[in-house]
Design a protein around this ligand. Sequence first.
Ligand code: URA
Ligand code: CA
Length: 433
Amino acid sequence: MRMIDIIEKKRDGHSLTKEEIDFAVQGYTKGDIPDYQMSALAMAIFYQDMTPEERVHLTMAMVLSGDQIDLSDIDGIKVDKHSTGGVGDTTTLILAPLVASIGVPVAKMSGRGLGHTGGTIDKLESIKGFQVEMDSKTFNELVNKNKIAVVGQSGNLTPADKKLYGLRDVTATVDSIPLIASSIMSKKIASGADAIVLDVKTGSGAFMKDLDSAKELAKAMVQIGNGAGRKTIAVISDMSQPLGFAIGNALEVKEAIDTLKGKGPKDLEELCLTLGSRMVYLGGKAETVEEAREKLVDAMKSGKAIETFKTFVAAQGGDPSIIDQPEKLPTAAHTFEVEAKQDGYISEIIANEIGIAASLLGAGRVTKESQIDLAVGLVLNKKVGDQVRKGDSLVTIYSNQEDVAEVIGKIYESYSISSEPVDSNPLVYDVIS
Ligand code: URA
Ligand code: CA
């Protein structure tokens, strides 16, 4: 087989066979196929697309390029959740203990990554003593005992995707549905999930800015997951404004605790119930999505959800007293209020701009080496649709620096106030399975 023939075939709009896709992916991962040929193939895929079968083959070729996590020692159906990423997205921190509390095993591998705030692992590390390093035997035992454990990413997962994603980044081929969908799904499948719930976000703070492309990506990922024998459901949710109130690491841990107690922001709670009920359903712990939702609501009301969080924190060496005394979480030296300059109704909060404001405070990583400040961030006191009076606080800034002029500027840029009442966007646009 020759790579040039494969490129030519795709360039001319034909479908590639499993053998051809395997040849290209394996050859590229090993270094036998050079970057220039792989980038030509990526560009051909960008223009010619891939059939559902090709997408499954590409995904599985990337899965098989590296290690696969074996979760077979863990009892039950392992359901993983993935979000395409947003601003102030605290859902994983809530969903993991919430669904575990009704018996769905949560064996979560999480990364640190770059972003406006840290990843789930960073957020959890704002709890004193919390450990994310452990061997796989301990990890499996913890999940079997408590139904939940979170471990830092290790092993050599999907090296083909790592290499290809890096190449796409510099050859204008990131923005391709088959390539994005196979990239994300390869990582989920290699992580050992039996079933997958996807939160595909749309809006200014999301990877997919408009609803049509979010739907297209969601359908592509559901098709790949199901085609690869992993039951997959996608929820398309709004990320035009940040989710919940808190954006920042310790601040989001506090928000997660409130939500697990049934006292969190309503949008965040609703999205957690929407995603969580699908996880419980796929995990076989309810006959219907409606029954699953009732169980989750009960777990929040009865205290079972927050108890599971407490057990989980203690089991990984963290100080569980933060759950009843969240003031023990890292706190910032200064707070500032950003006040409304006029009366009216909040008509827009550009999620992406708010995310940048949080990262200016040091809440996120700019490079892989950056140190995160776990204490800092923002709490939104007003969301889209809320009425405000001049002088009301829109946002509280938690900072360890005294000069926050740039942060305040970003916040004003992201908020719009209209004189007429405004409806906020729907939280959930669609569910695809
Ligand atoms: N995120 C991924 O993991 N892969 C892509 O290709 C795009 C976004
Ligand atoms: Ca939040």
